[in-house]
Design a protein around this ligand. Structure first.
Ligand SMILES: *Cc1c(COP(=O)(O)O)cnc(C)c1O
Length: 449
């Protein structure tokens, strides 16, 4: 495992040799503060020197256990052998021609992989871009061109990016939208089946939420005006919310009955993260379009829209693209990452991570009543923290636990509409010992509260 995950030279261990952040990181932080715009924040101000497998080594020689994967990106590790080898070879051959000027094989090969791996046996096509937000924007363009309609329906707690259109699609004001309006028109937000916080409890959450969402679309927008319904099969930034089972199929069926393009935003949940190639598979969903990015290319910037050929072909020639979209180095990296996912059976790895994490976190939840909910699939697991004896969000405890973890050498991320969710996104190639050690650190952090 070590040779395949992060290179043999990077020890897979937690090692703290200075304060966090150490002196070299502090020096760099001062330079960052002076030179980098304040709006670009950092979760943990340690500067990376090397990373791979389940660790990030900083410039002071500390080695952190990575439960973040650069926000669900480095599922194959941050220096996976096949990614490095194929990207390096491509770099030596050529860095760029622009696929719209003179095409190259890697782009086509990535689109062939996407057609084979995404749900459904229908003819599929893809277009490649640089970032998740760009993929979501293009999914909207394609759905509008196909349906000749304008409205887009999104959900409470949804996250789709930071560009103007995707800010409009994103639910949470702070920090994503605050002060950045006006936002794009023809975007409508409806309820999602968030079982833990559903007013009548979890039992009828799926039917009730779907009925409310469909009623709102019908009454307030008119199904004939809707080009696309866009949803994350597991809502990421919104708090790792798995819509209650039955919700997604109801929404997908409504879209189908009304000629609406159903778009699964799998930018965070895709590529083995939830123990399947795509989270849509857990409920046998076959989305019309699927957006991917993050885990697709082992850390190089690449994103895609993949879907039914007749929908993908609706946009006129020249209507889709971009200077860098499907850059050859990023495509080579994606082919290396996908090969790694197959070779190491990372779906099985993600399922094993879920088993280990859920067992340990269930025990933790029994001990600490501020852990209101434990949820997620595969290596996309979260706990939602509340005030003792209530369901009131507890962002203070969430921040305190994250801070204690960081000080002890475990990188964890927070998320959630109320900032009260600790999310765990380890690289899928993390060793089990390291995974358990990370969970030990988390347990100690709760002990310190
Ligand atoms: C991260 C994310 C995006 C945006 O991707 P970027 O590459 O940051 O633009 C969109 N949708 C989901 C579900 C995401 O997690």
């Amino acid at each position: 495992m070590t040779e395949l995950s992060g290179g043999p030279s990077l020890p897979q261990e937690r090692r703290i040799v200075t304060a966090i952040p150490g002196p070299k990181s502090q020096e760099l932080l001062a330079r960052k503060t002076a030179a980098v715009a304040a709006g670009v924040g950092t979760v943990m101000p340690v500067f990376a020197a090397r990373a791979g497998g389940g660790v990030i080594e900083d410039v002071d020689g500390n080695s952190l256990i990575d439960f973040g994967s650069g926000i669900a990106v480095t599922s194959v590790g941050a220096s996976a052998e096949a990614v490095v080898r194929r990207a390096t070879a491509q770099l030596a051959d050529f860095t760029h021609t622009c696929f719209m000027v003179t095409p190259y094989e890697g782009y086509v090969a990535v689109c062939e992989e996407l057609a084979a791996l995404t749900p459904g046996d229908h003819p599929k096509k893809s277009a490649l871009f640089n970032s998740g937000a760009e993929a979501v924007e293009n999914a909207v363009k394609i759905a509008r061109a196909y349906t000749k309609r304008q409205a887009v329906v999104v959900f409470d707690h949804g996250y789709h990016g930071r560009t103007n259109l995707t800010m409009a699609l994103t639910a949470k004001n702070m920090p994503y939208k605050h002060g950045f309006g006006p936002f794009a028109p023809e975007v409508y937000r409806v309820p999602v089946a968030y079982a833990y916080r559903w007013p009548t409890g979890p039992d009828h959450c799926a039917e009730e939420a779907a009925a409310q969402a469909i009623d709102m679309i019908t009454k307030q927008v008119g199904p004939d005006n809707v080009a696309a319904i866009i949803i994350e099969p597991v809502l990421g930034e919104g708090g790792f919310i798995e819509p209650a089972p039955g919700f997604l199929p109801r929404i997908a069926a409504f879209a189908k009955d009304n000629g609406i393009v159903f778009v699964a935003d799998e930018i965070q949940s895709g590529f083995c993260r939830t123990g399947q190639w795509f989270a849509s598979e857990h409920e046998n969903l076959v989305p019309d379009l699927i957006t991917t990015a993050k885990g697709i290319a082992g850390g190089l910037p690449l994103a895609a829209v993949t879907g039914r050929a007749e929908i993908m072909d609706a946009a006129h020639a020249g209507g889709l693209g971009g200077t860098y979209g499907g850059n050859p180095v990023a495509c080579a990296a994606a082919l290396g990452a996908i090969q790694t996912m197959r070779d190491l059976d990372l779906n099985a790895k993600a399922q094993r991570i879920e088993q280990i994490m859920k067992t340990r976190l269930t025990a933790l939840q029994d001990k600490y009543d501020i852990i209101g909910d434990l949820r997620g699939r595969g290596a996309m697991i979260a706990i939602e923290l509340v005030k003792s004896g209530t369901k009131n969000p507890n962002p203070e405890a969430t921040a305190a636990v994250a801070k204690a973890c960081h000080a002890a050498g475990l990188l964890v991320l927070t998320c959630g509409t109320y900032g009260n969710v600790l999310r765990f996104l380890p690289p899928l190639v993390i060793g089990e010992e390291l995974l358990n050690e990370g969970l030990d650190v988390l347990e100690e952090a709760f002990g310190q509260l």
